[in-house]
Design a binder for this molecule. Structure first.
Ligand SMILES: Cc1c(C)c2c(c(C)c1O)CC[C@@](C)(CCC[C@H](C)CCC[C@H](C)CCCC(C)C)O2
Length: 312
């Protein structure tokens, strides 16, 4: 009989025959996703008293559903944490203009690699040594990550397969360490665990010096076990161990791969950020609504071609 409950894990889902990993493969405009979007919107409007400031667009809600495999309770929690994090971190989230950190981007501090890894994850590189802590505050540096995260979290494939980040800590100094206070460490662990709609599939530290340990000790206790297990420390002999996680065609030669050089990929991503400048400004102003301008449309959805709007 239909009253037999065969899938207790699906408790927080509307009546449906599909599980989270099947649902995530469907395109955004799919009929089967409607009930989830509707339920999450209703719950979010009820739970968030400040939500009157705007509406929750479908695209916005779907990011949270995909990030939590369509579990409504967990998706709602993530959504509320995200709104809370943004409000608590105005120094980072109110200005999302790449121009405001151009000098930092110019030093080839950061790149999103042109290729996804074998599992379809986005691969990000941060070269901390390029950050001069005398010139740039930790908030400004954090802002770079938030801009990139907002952009890539609009990609359907990234919503499904998440991201992996490589932190090159060569050049880590006391000046850097002094910028990471407990409050900032909390903000870092929050976005990594349950305050941003992106699946963190791996954190790889390379060239980390001994005195990076105290900083990681501040961040670690707030991370859930699942994320802790995904943090890998490679040290200076990283070429060999990093290749256990990434195939050579993905990584730049500086990181043991055969892809484009690090300078080149950093410049390309900086360009990408600047092309998304208008989009980023609108995200900062209306984080819960998606904007359909022509700029950056290719980034927003990889399934635009398959979208058919039926009217009347
Ligand atoms: C959504 C999202 C955001 C927003 C994000 C990261 C990831 C993986 C995300 O998914 C990683 C970087 C971070 C946390 C910004 C970090 C900014 C600080 C100032 C960098 C300082 C250097 C860190 C002490 C290096 C180690 C950090 C790892 C243990 C994560 O921003």
């Amino acid at each position: 009989s239909s009253s037999v409950r065969r899938r207790p894990a699906a408790e927080n889902r509307p009546e449906c025959d599909m599980n989270g990993s099947q649902l995530t493969e469907l395109p955004d405009n799919s009929e089967q996703l409607r009930p989830y979007v509707v339920s999450l919107r209703r719950a979010a409007l009820q739970a968030d008293d400040l939500s009157a400031v705007g509406t929750f667009s479908d695209g916005f809600l779907i990011r949270f559903l995909r990030a939590r495999d369509f579990d409504l309770t967990l998706s709602l929690k993530l959504l509320l944490n995200y709104l809370h994090w943004r409000r608590e971190s105005p120094e980072i989230s109110t200005c999302l203009s790449p121009s405001s950190v151009f000098g930092l981007l110019k030093t080839s501090y950061h790149a999103v690699l042109p290729q996804r890894d074998h599992a379809g994850s986005r691969v990000l590189i941060y070269r901390i040594g390029q950050w001069n802590p005398k010139d740039w505050s930790a908030f400004q540096v954090f802002r770079v990550s938030l801009m990139t995260s907002e952009i890539i979290s609009r990609e359907t494939e990234t919503q499904r397969r998440g991201l992996k980040a490589i932190f090159d800590l060569k050049g880590w100094s006391l000046g850097h360490a002094l910028q990471i206070n407990p409050s900032l460490a909390r903000k870092i662990s929050s976005v990594l665990s349950d305050s941003f709609p992106l699946k963190v599939r791996g954190i790889h530290l390379v060239n980390e010096p001994m005195f990076f340990r105290p900083v990681f000790t501040m961040i670690r206790p707030f991370l859930p076990d699942k994320i802790k297990q995904r943090v890998h420390m490679h040290g200076t002999d990283f070429h060999r161990t990093l290749s256990d996680f990434f195939s050579p065609d993905v990584l730049p030669p500086e990181y043991g791969g055969e892809g484009l050089g690090i300078e080149e990929v950093c410049q390309a991503w900086t360009q990408e950020l600047f092309q998304s400048e208008n989009l980023l400004k609108q995200i900062a102003a209306h984080p819960t609504g998606d904007i359909s301008t022509n700029t950056g449309d290719a980034l927003i959805s990889e399934e635009n071609e398959t979208m058919t709007l039926t009217e009347g």
